[in-house]
Ligand binder design. Sequence first.
Ligand code: SME
Length: 175
Amino acid sequence: MSASAEMPYFIKPSVNLTATEKVTAYEEAIAAITANLAGEEDRTLKMVTINCLLKTYLPYFYWVGFYLVSGPERLSVGPYQGTLGCLHIAFGRGVCGKAAQTEETQLVPDTHALAQGSEHIACDPNSRSEIVVPVFDPQGALIAVFDVDSTLEASFDEIDQRYLERLLRDVFGTK
Ligand code: SME
């Protein structure tokens, strides 16, 4: 089944936030995540909780989820909320593949400006901007990338980068 340009009835178009609104939303979301994950060690439960609560508090999170390192130089889709995600992505392909290869956060203000199929993989044509953050285990090994897409251009900035990098480090990078 291929991804459709039509949004399913349960998926809403994104709404951008001002910087102040963003900070408030992240503070509330992270407080809720921290409370719900207190004492939790299961990686899958951490991922589903992060997806659910960030998508609840941040109205521009159209697609949110993890691509897991599933083999040498390969990612496979893991826990996510949103429209159908591509199943496998090679390191170096698309924004997720670049984040995995470089182990650095990727901020993309306009996905349509990227070369389709190589620089960007359009699982859903409604995705217009995105951020992808690498996720490491306590030993510093890459275990996944965290991908968030918005239906609007330029939804993500340094505020998203700062909060998401810190959250993912706190949840997955420490014992
Ligand atoms: N946008 C990603 C592909 C994954 S989907 O957006 C869910 C990319 O180009 O890496």
